[in-house]
Design a protein around this ligand. Structure first.
Ligand code: GLV
Ligand code: MG
Length: 325
């Protein structure tokens, strides 16, 4: 995880056909706002939604947030128009395009090439606009390793639980929920496979929505579970979901401070004491611990967590492993 880690703890999906929702989205503390042109917009409203999205992008007011637009799928008649309208109509206003229903790397390649053309016309630097690829059916999951490596523009893989559940025939009618009658986590396999494919290519991994808006506990549990797995964030569909999901994907302050302590102790051990493994408290730390700590430290810093309080006594110093007993 690099030092320019941009958090996507909460990715707020906003139907671009609704001027009211577009206006409201500017007030929310979501890390990313995603103007949706796809499944939350009726076919008859696609052209209007596209115009409204471009207008909202041009109007600005998204300060501090990442801005994304979910275009329609690569096999629909709307997709190319979505790309051209957004990139040329509001140059520099979007950080990424979310490409839904990706089933093979060719859809990502198509978008990569088209974006390259549109960026030139819009006067943007090549590669300015990222791609977030939604994996939301059996074909997409089967090809996820190739998809994740398909373009240097890719910034994340995003799970689409609703379409995925439909695609594999999972017996549940609650988007992002667990099917009754199965005692384990029914989403573990696609989530883990996507996470590995994402990390193998340096991408973020984002979970999809939880549609039971009133069920805060269910949302908290689903978010905490994927956050623990290593996911960077989750989609949200309603303002009330934003604080719950932000909290789930923000490391606890103690975890963050521990990560900072590990980095400092390891740095001291390797540079000053020339040791690769040392004890910090009752735990041995080495190069792998440093990598684990880096990830948490980046997430904590990106979330704006405060630094550790000054300890009352002398600082805890790393000790060589042999003096640990
Ligand atoms: C989102 O697009 C989903 O299918 O869950
Ligand atoms: Mg979907």
């Amino acid at each position: 995880m690099d030092s320019e880690y941009r958090p996507r703890r909460t990715c707020m999906s906003v139907p671009a056909s609704s001027e009211r929702f577009l206006a409201k989205a500017r007030e929310l503390a979501a890390d990313e706002v995603m103007l949706d042109l796809e499944d939350s917009v009726a076919p008859a409203a696609k052209d209007t939604a596209r115009d409204l999205a471009v207008g909202a992008l041009k109007a600005g007011g998204w300060d501090g947030r990442l801005v994304a637009v979910r275009i329609n799928g690569a096999s629909t008649p709307w997709a190319y128009k979505d790309v051209i309208a957004v990139v040329e109509g509001a140059p520099g206003a979007v950080d990424s395009l979310v490409l839904p229903k990706v089933t093979s790397l060719s859809a990502v390649s198509w978008l990569d090439v088209l974006l390259g053309q549109a960026e030139q016309v819009a006067g943007l630097p090549p590669g300015a606009i990222g791609i977030e690829a939604q994996i939301e059916d059996a074909a997409g999951l089967a090809a996820v390793e190739a998809i994740a490596a398909a373009s240097p523009r890719l910034v994340s893989l995003v799970f689409g639980p609703a379409d995925f559940m439909a695609s594999i025939g999972m017996r549940s009618l609650t988007v992002g929920g667990q099917p009754a009658g199965y005692d384990f986590d029914a989403h573990h396999y696609p989530l883990m496979r996507m996470l590995v494919a994402a990390r193998a290519n340096g991408l973020q991994a984002i979970d999809g929505p939880y549609a039971r808006i009133q069920d805060t506990e269910g949302l908290r549990k689903a978010s905490a579970s994927v956050a623990a797995l290593g996911y960077d964030g989750k989609w949200v569909l309603h303002p009330a979901q934003v604080p719950v999901v932000n909290e789930a994907f923000t490391p606890a302050a103690e975890e963050y401070w521990r990560a900072l302590a590990i980095l400092a102790a390891y740095d001291r051990a390797t540079s000053l004491d020339r040791r690769g493994a040392v004890m910090l408290g009752d735990e041995m730390i080495d190069e792998a611990s440093r990598k684990m700590a880096l990830m948490l430290a980046a997430k904590g810093a990106a979330a704006g967590l405060p630094g550790p309080p000054r300890p009352p006594g002398p600082p805890e110093l790393p000790r060589p492993p042999e003096s640990a007993a």
